[in-house]
Write a protein that binds this ligand. Structure first.
Ligand SMILES: Nc1nc2c(ncn2[C@@H]2O[C@H](COP(=O)(O)OP(=O)(O)O)[C@@H](O)[C@H]2O)c(=O)[nH]1
Ligand SMILES: [Mg+2]
Length: 394
């Protein structure tokens, strides 16, 4: 295991940089670099533009992707049939730097094509969702071409597929054939547009029925088209739209475990007696809190699930009011230390750690503890997701 991991780390740009800092400037600088980089995503702003004709499902989508319910602050009124007259900002309550703008549709009397690009300040957005109902119309295509000129990423969204699935059932059609048929029909229709032929940016979704549609593919498209820290920031505050989102989060957090471990090793290498444990516990508290938030396991969130027993979760020990996180971690660490054979941290992270310290047990425990906690919390997120899915089917 150690060897494969070492190889993986050597190829990673960030690790090459850490190694350089370790060799030239020493462990204190490594720690500083890591702390700054681990929270970099918090400073990222991500600005999404959501556009398309009235009643194509924009407002409903904007609520769904932020997990905002009808009585919550910032709920986007859906079904009003009103045309938005100016860009309206909807922040993600988990992270107010991630903003979805409901944009007026293009090609209306108020917003003719000629002035749309400048009036809407399209340049400021990172990514666009273009909603349509049955066909992609000339005005949608005009926008696509303008976005391409501006070198902006976008996707085409056909929403409400739960309705198609329901209708198909009523009509006695085979459910599995419904979505491929819709996709084929749309692809044939947009084949006349040079810039959309064979597009990889068409997604069929439902904002109403859980686990339905191309949500995962959509998130992957966003991943390919946003700079890494922006994507990370977006994804960390994404609700569990499908089970696969939990895995995406798990993989992104796994990378942080490695970084936190190097941070812990750097702390251990700073020759101030006593500081190592305190600083490492602080790193652990921060990480554990972060995992809880990312997986949507906070007490407030869980309290909204009627009838859910949170004591069944691995993270339950962290959710009691006024809990001392550091103490819980220390206790859990104590148990872990008792069952783990002490190995050298160099076995796990040879290329970097070798240049920081010769050996350090606290970094090993950081690695083992965080890996295990992350797996446990991922499993918790799956338990919660299954519960929500079950309740929505009752
Ligand atoms: N069944 C179903 N209805 C939807 C979905 N998305 C939106 N709607 C409904 O379609 C209507 C128009 O949606 P809305 O979000 O207001 O569209 P907007 O005008 O583009 O913002 C509303 O009655 C929504 O409840 C969906 O995914 N499934
Ligand atoms: Mg709307």
């Amino acid at each position: 295991m150690g060897k494969a991991e070492s190889k993986e780390l050597v190829q990673d740009d960030q690790y090459i940089e850490i190694r350089k800092i370790a060799e030239t400037k020493g462990p204190a600088e490594v720690l500083k670099y890591l702390k700054e980089n681990m929270s970099k995503w918090k400073e990222e702003t991500v600005t999404f533009g959501v556009t398309g004709r009235t009643a194509t499902g924009k407002s409903t989508f904007i609520n769904k992707i932020r997990d905002v319910k009808p009585n919550d602050p910032g709920f986007a009124k859906s079904g009003s049939g009103n045309t938005t007259l100016e860009p309206t900002a909807y922040e993600n309550p988990q992270n107010k730097r991630i903003v979805f703008y409901d944009l007026p549709g293009v090609g209306t009397l108020e917003f003719p094509k000629e002035t749309y690009v400048s009036k809407m300040a399209l340049k400021k957005y990172d990514y666009f969702f273009i909603f349509f109902n049955f066909v992609v119309c000339e005005d949608d295509y005009f926008l696509v071409c303008e976005l391409l000129k501006l070198n902006k990423s976008f996707c085409l969204i056909r929403s409400k597929i739960d309705e198609d699935l329901r209708n198909a059932e009523e009509d006695g059609k085979i459910a599995a054939s419904v979505l491929p048929a819709i996709r084929k029909q749309i692809n044939e229709q947009i084949a006349c547009y040079d810039n959309l032929r064979n597009t990889d940016a068409l997604f069929l979704i439902s904002s109403r029925v859980k686990d339905t549609g191309d949500w995962f593919k959509l998130v992957e498209h966003i991943k390919r088209n946003l700079p890494a820290p922006k994507y990370e920031s977006f994804m960390f505050s994404l609700p569990t739209l499908t089970k696969e989102v939990i895995d995406l989060k798990y993989r992104a957090l796994e990378k942080r475990v490695k970084i936190a471990t190097v941070a812990a090793a750097s702390v251990a290498a700073i020759p101030i007696p006593g500081i190592d444990l305190v600083a490492n516990i602080a790193i652990l508290v921060e990480e554990v809190l972060h995992y809880i938030r990312v997986f949507g396991l906070g007490k407030k969130k869980l309290d909204t699930l009627e009838g859910f027993d949170r004591n069944q979760l691995n993270c339950a020990g962290f959710l009691d009011p006024g809990v001392d996180m550091g103490k819980v971690i220390l206790m859990q660490l104590g148990k872990l230390v008792a069952i783990l054979a002490v190995e050298s941290v160099a076995d796990i992270f040879l290329p970097i750690i070798g240049s920081i310290i010769s050996a350090g047990t606290s970094a090993v425990f950081t690695y083992r503890y965080l890996s295990r906690t992350l797996r446990d919390f991922r499993d918790d997120a799956v338990v919660v997701y299954r519960f929500v899915l079950q309740s929505s089917r009752v």
